[in-house]
Design a protein around this ligand. Structure first.
Ligand code: UDX
Length: 416
């Protein structure tokens, strides 16, 4: 069914969802408080890099605005605001503020609408924080308006593809009617829809990302042992992954996981566990292993060069290839340590240089060829172009298994 939808928040998730829903023929309004962002999207230019997004934005017809009043007439309102980590845990300020603004709108609405949370939040947040804020309107959830929680599983860089071809759709519903109306949005999708409670949906999202993170730390731990034992972790992963109970995905050993989701969602789950007096031993270890993994690159490097005064070249600054996102990128800890130890850093990334230079204005951003002229090269993302370089005679520490880099004069793989 085609319907009228407001998407609140034009970040990595909201922008993609809004554009895809508009492409499917819905009447979409995208709302964000950042005027610069809104103007850029209106002109068909995405403020973030996402494969195919600029093209899609130029094709689709949707309203983009800073004005919440537009939600007055939408049948479905989706909250796609960020829930970043901060020192005290997860920062729910934007979500809380948007819920209060929506309460002001609900007060004036005569008709029924469904408010759906897409943001990643800890189990119990929709019932404990969002619904009470919305009900300050004097309207009642389940009677005057509906509430769903539908987590997103989009991979950055592949988000349009993932939205259009979901592996599964999870819909947490406050009540049957909320779920019935929201699920109509997905009636032409091939994927199965699992309908469940609000807090189960919230937990499914966190448990999914925590599992992926665990799989990576697991193979990295095996890989660290393999390195010492003279075994190739990728051969082990091949043998391991061909058991379909285990599966061969997310078994690429390397420098570890980053991004806006895996580390943050693990931290969110750990914080929730502690709140209920449960000690999440395995989850904590997954994070610890991941932080140490990046520093292993430096231990391998120190075997070959004295860091003080050396020029170290970095290939890849984003948290993975195909994105400009540097949130929780493994490169951050590595650059901090290199600078602390007196090295000079020259870095290249095809998409993420601008974002990385906001964190480290003091390092040099150079061409890929100039990186090759460093005393040593660290490979931190799996960019295809890194597989076309000439590494002969160089010293390379590889965190992402780039086949061509094996031709280097001195080559060290992190787990092989
Ligand atoms: C992830 C989830 O995949 C997605 O479902 C969720 O909703 C959002 O978080 P994304 O953050 O885009 O998506 O990154 P993903 O492609 O999953 O990779 C996460 C990190 O793990 C990257 O740093 C990547 O380099 C690393 N990784 C991935 C590995 O180190 N080894 C692997 O085998 C796979």
């Amino acid at each position: 069914m085609k319907t009228s939808i407001s998407v609140i928040g034009a970040g990595y998730v909201g922008l993609v969802i809004a554009a895809c829903l508009a492409k499917l023929g819905n009447e979409v309004t995208l709302i964000d408080i950042d005027e610069l962002k809104v103007n850029s999207i209106r002109n068909g230019v995405s403020p973030i890099y996402e494969e195919g997004l600029d093209e899609l934005l130029r094709k689709v017809n949707m309203q983009v605005t800073t004005d919440y009043e537009k939600t007055l007439t939408s049948k479905i309102i989706m909250l796609c605001l960020g829930t970043p980590s901060d020192e005290g845990g997860i920062n729910l300020n934007d979500i809380a503020e948007a819920s209060t603004t929506l309460a002001g709108i609900l007060k004036r609405r005569q008709d029924y609408c469904v408010i759906t949370i897409k943001s990643t939040i800890a189990p119990g947040t929709t019932e404990g924080l969002i619904i009470p804020a919305l009900e300050k309107s004097g309207k009642k959830a389940g009677k005057d308006f509906g509430v769903c929680m539908c987590p997103e599983f989009l991979r950055e860089g592949k988000a349009i593809h993932d939205f259009m071809n979901p592996a599964r759709i999870i819909v947490g519903e406050h009540d049957r009617t909320s779920g019935d109306i929201f699920c109509q949005l997905y009636e032409h999708f091939k994927a199965s829809i699992m309908r469940t409670s609000l807090k189960t949906a919230e937990m499914i999202k966190l448990a999914s990302n925590a599992f992926l993170a665990t799989k990576i730390s697991y193979i990295n731990e095996i890989g660290n042992m393999c390195k010492q034992l003279g075994i190739d972790a990728y051969d082990v992963a091949k043998g391991l992954g061909s058991d379909d109970r285990i599966g061969n995905k997310f078994l690429n050993a390397g420098v570890g996981f980053g991004g806006s989701c895996l580390p943050k969602d693990l931290r969110m789950l750990i914080a929730k566990a502690k709140e209920i007096n449960y000690q999440p031993r395995m989850l904590e270890e997954v994070l610890r292993l991941n932080d140490e993994q990046a520093l292993r690159m430096l231990n391998l490097l120190r075997k070959h060069v004295q860091l003080k005064g050396a020029i170290i070249g970095l290939l890849g600054l984003a948290f993975k290839s195909g994105t400009d996102d540097v949130r929780d990128s493994r490169a951050i800890g590595i650059v901090e340590a290199l600078l602390r130890e007196g090295a000079t850093v020259k870095a290249y990334d095809p998409l993420a240089t601008k974002n990385f230079s906001r964190i480290f204005p003091q390092i040099e951003y150079v061409t890929v060829e100039q990186v090759l002229n460093s005393d040593a090269i660290l490979i931190l993302t799996e960019c295809e172009e890194f597989n076309e370089l000439d590494y002969k005679g160089k010293l390379v520490i590889d965190g992402r298994r780039i086949a061509k880099a094996r031709e280097a004069g001195i080559y060290e793989g992190i787990c092989w």
